[in-house]
Design a protein around this ligand. Structure first.
Ligand SMILES: [Zn+2]
Length: 143
């Protein structure tokens, strides 16, 4: 079952596309929704993989002449692309254990701030078994 993007998801994403350094409190004030709600939506979008990372956008106009030439030569300059999102879009849900599509409601496993999604209960328990040590140390660090 894909994750349908809600109005709030989109508002948060658009706000972060403008400035990824914004705090949850800033976004909360801007969108007039509570900070915990912003956090919850953000964390879910990270956990399902739609927000891959918050990366700095480099303003190449700030570079000196020689540095700019180097960038032009390697063609590695990428324009920041604003993506227009709408509520009729949804995010594909993939099982975190078998990488297969999650057809129905995902089986959720939550530890610390991390959520993992599975297609079935056996994938969920196999995952828990496989990453037992790592999960325990993440939980310990979170406390
Ligand atoms: Zn699976």
């Amino acid at each position: 079952m894909p994750h349908n993007l809600s109005e709030r998801d989109i508002a948060i994403l658009n706000s972060l596309q403008k400035d990824g350094r914004k705090s949850f409190r800033q976004i909360s004030r801007e969108l007039k929704i509570s900070t915990p709600t912003v956090k919850l939506h953000f964390q879910r979008l990270v956990n399902i993989g739609l927000i891959k990372s918050i990366t700095p956008i480099i303003d190449t106009s700030k570079l000196d002449y020689d540095s700019k030439l180097k960038i032009e030569k390697c063609h590695c300059e990428t324009e920041p692309q604003k993506i227009n999102l709408s509520t009729d879009m949804s995010v594909k849900m993939i099982c975190d254990y078998c990488d297969g599509p999650i057809a129905s409601k995902p089986h959720l496993f939550k530890f610390a701030k991390i959520e993992r999604f599975f297609c079935c209960t056996s994938c969920k328990s196999l995952y828990k078994e496989k990453y037992k040590g790592r999960i325990e140390s993440i939980i310990k660090k979170a406390h």
